[in-house]
Ligand binder design. Structure first.
Ligand SMILES: Cc1cc2nc3c(=O)[nH]c(=O)nc-3n(C[C@H](O)[C@H](O)[C@H](O)COP(=O)(O)OP(=O)(O)OC[C@H]3O[C@@H](n4cnc5c(N)ncnc54)[C@H](O)[C@@H]3O)c2cc1C
Length: 222
């Protein structure tokens, strides 16, 4: 198994509980947008506690970037990541992952499940090839939306923010449930990309199948 010790070069707060980490890129380290690696803290207590995180940078960038939701309410790895500073180190490993762009379609993301799509959208934007794609992004509150301005810049009217818990949201208050999907999506003969918490991915996979999407046209992280 590959193992690289990489230095954290920059940390930025994106929302109240999401941070981006720019880290050194090991020589020859490449990935396909949408792929992930396992990361751990460089600390004897934590080095074996590896967790998967997706690259939100592109291969062309001189550094790697991760965009990470910090769960401060339990004693896991992300709580520790939230305490790190520039100059600290992470351990990163092999590259893997199932989400890969296969052609224009509809992206359905829940919360931090947007991360593989960020890399894909950045790459499509670089190639001037975003046309024909639509994003439905589900979050609890308006303040949970990661990289809202960047996503709106890419998609304009084709980004739909769906807010589940905030009464006075300035977006649509709904769930990405079957009624919403049937009311908003007409064409099920296209690619679908689904990423989010396990229950989100399971629910949407079932909904898309019942709506007539071809199983081989639905890409999701298993
Ligand atoms: C392929 C892949 C790529 C991923 N990429 C990213 C990414 O780019 N960015 C990102 O932010 N995440 C990503 N994740 C999710 C990320 O790996 C998890 O959030 C992380 O492993 C959590 O580690 P932890 O030790 O902090 O939490 P763990 O203790 O491992 O808990 C994991 C989950 O359980 C829940 N949980 C457990 N206990 C509690 C508790 N007491 N209170 C509240 N919630 C609890 C949390 O919701 C959390 O999601 C990815 C996952 C996969 C499979």
């Amino acid at each position: 198994m590959e193992e690289h010790r990489v230095r954290i070069l920059a940390i930025e707060e994106l929302t109240h509980d999401v941070k981006s980490f720019r880290v050194e890129k090991p020589a020859g380290y490449t990935f396909v947008p949408g792929q992930a690696t396992e990361a751990a803290l460089d600390h004897p207590r934590w080095r074996d506690e590896k967790r998967p995180f997706t690259f939100t940078s592109l291969n062309e960038w001189p550094q790697l970037e991760f965009t990470i939701k910090i769960y401060d309410d339990h004693q896991g790895v992300t709580q520790q990541l939230g305490k790190l500073n520039e100059g600290d180190h992470l351990m990163i490993h092999d590259v893997w992952g199932a989400i890969e762009y296969k052609g224009p379609g509809t992206f359905l993301a829940g919360g931090a499940g947007i991360t593989p799509f960020i890399a894909i959208f950045r790459e499509l934007n670089r190639q001037n090839a975003l046309a024909g794609n639509t994003l439905y992004f589900s979050n609890r509150t308006d303040g949970d939306i990661i990289l809202k301005d960047e996503l709106e810049g890419y998609f304009g009217e084709n980004v739909h923010h769906v807010i589940t818990r905030q009464e006075d949201t300035r977006f649509e208050r709904s769930f990405l449930d079957e009624a919403y999907i049937r009311a908003n999506i007409r064409d099920f003969d296209q690619h679908f990309y689904v990423c989010g918490p396990e229950a989100f991915v399971e629910d949407l996979s079932g909904i898309l199948e019942r709506c007539g999407a071809r199983p081989d046209a639905v890409v999701f992280e298993k």
